[in-house]
Design a protein around this ligand. Structure first.
Ligand code: HEC
Ligand code: HEC
Length: 116
């Protein structure tokens, strides 16, 4: 039953998002205002402007930065799913890992601690 509802949601969200956005293949966002606030949030997490990833004349066009970001969104989702599946009692929220967790306002996360 659960899986049926999940599939229905997937079908519905992909059909619906196609009518609002032209080229959204990973995010489950269906409204313009939600998209704007998500995009503002990841921009702050990485310390970049919209134009770092987008052609500002047409934001639906693909860019190499958008491709990397799609993989990063999947990575973040995977980590949260994994953490959520570990312990329902001790963990309180649904989102433990965000772009900020690793990026900390920088485009390139620090690979090792400073002073080494
Ligand atoms: C780090 C890269 C990155 C930054 C910075 C970024 N975006 Fe995006 N944006 C993406 C990716 C990736 C997608 C497509 C997501 C998908 O396919 O699920 C997207 C999709 C969009 C879309 C949907 C376009 C369409 O019709 O297909 C809009 C609108 C948008 N972004 C607006 C913005 C705005 C406004 C900003 C600045 C506040 C911004 N983005 C900053 C990566 C970025
Ligand atoms: C688990 C840690 C982690 C999380 C979470 C994470 N990233 Fe990353 N990200 C990395 C690492 C590591 C790199 C590679 C940095 C390098 O090349 O030095 C990277 C690289 C990137 C790059 C390419 C940077 C460049 O040099 O051009 C973008 C864009 C990016 N991440 C966006 C995101 C976004 C958006 C999110 C949230 C949806 C996110 N990342 C979440 C670890 C993470």
């Amino acid at each position: 039953m659960k899986i049926h509802i999940y599939i229905l949601c997937l079908v519905f969200s992909s059909v619906y998002s196609e009518s609002v956005f032209k080229n959204v293949t990973v995010l489950d966002i269906t409204s313009k205002s939600e998209m704007r606030s998500y995009m503002k949030s990841i921009s702050k997490d990485l310390g970049v402007k919209c134009s770092h990833c987008h052609d500002m004349d047409d934001k639906s066009l693909d860019t190499p930065q958008k491709d990397i970001t799609r993989e990063m969104i999947k990575l973040t989702r995977y980590l949260n799913d994994l953490l959520n599946s570990q312990s329902e009692d001790s963990l309180q929220s649904n989102t433990y890992v965000s772009c900020w967790t690793c990026h900390y306002g920088q485009l390139q996360p620090a690979a090792r601690r400073p002073g080494k």
